[in-house]
Ligand binder design. Structure first.
Ligand code: DX5
Ligand code: ZN
Length: 214
């Protein structure tokens, strides 16, 4: 079954609680929360206090995508705010293995996000510490960008790599430019967790939007 994780980056921040309840009622599986620091990516969103404030609006799992430098400085606050998974970019972690260990020690799930240019080989020795690999299908920083079809072979190679390591249980997530058409392509290539912002939040019927991705 494909997991659908609406990205609240595309929601109306002036009524985040309502937006969360809306996607919950529309059948979302997880909430994808994009934290950006204007250093690792050229955009700025919000931090743990906002995550904590919206935690009461839904019981859905909080899937936090950290696009920040020194992500380890946020782990404790994010755990306290109710994050269920924290996904980091290897380029932001001097010691990726240590960073993933720190997340695990807090009792939350850990993910690794790969930018379009980042090779799968960075995962080779840390796969035992992750429950999700995020293949970025855009360059991170903004919603509303176009899906990169060049990431489809990467998804297939990741699936093979996970099989080789006996880690078929690891979620293969995609993020960026996901809509009804691109969802079919990424699922065929091995993705089982789909992040979508613009497509779901701009759709006149969010329930239909989520169903069409699944
Ligand atoms: C971008 C974020 C995405 C973004 C996707 O850096 O990681 O989660 O919200 O937006 P759409 O679905 O609009 O491409
Ligand atoms: Zn994201």
């Amino acid at each position: 079954m494909t997991i659908i994780a609406p990205s609240i980056l595309a929601s109306d921040f002036s009524k985040l609680g309502e937006e969360l309840r809306s996607i919950d009622e529309a059948g979302a599986d997880w909430v994808h929360i994009d934290i950006m620091d204007n250093h690792f990516v050229p955009n700025l969103t919000f931090g743990p206090p906002i995550v904590s404030m919206i935690r009461a609006s839904t019981k859905l799992m909080f899937d936090v995508h950290l696009m920040v430098e020194k992500p380890e400085t946020l782990f404790l606050a994010l755990k306290a705010a109710g994050a269920d998974r924290v996904t980091v970019h290897p380029e932001a972690c001097v010691h990726l293995d240590r960073t993933l260990t720190q997340i695990g020690e807090l009792g939350i799930k850990a993910g690794v996000a790969l930018n379009p240019h980042t090779p799968l080989s960075v995962l080779e020795y840390v796969l035992d510490k992750v429950d999700l690999v995020l293949i970025m299908t855009i360059n991170p920083g903004f919603g509303g960008q176009s899906f990169m079809p060049s990431m489809l072979p990467k998804l297939r190679q990741l699936r093979e790599m996970l099989k080789r390591h006996g880690r078929d249980d690891v979620y293969v997530q995609v993020d960026g430019g996901i809509n009804r058409e691109t969802a079919a392509l990424v699922k065929e290539a091995g993705a089982d967790s789909l992040v979508a912002g613009t497509y779901i939040f701009n759709h006149p019927n969010r329930r239909e939007a989520i169903a069409s991705l699944r």
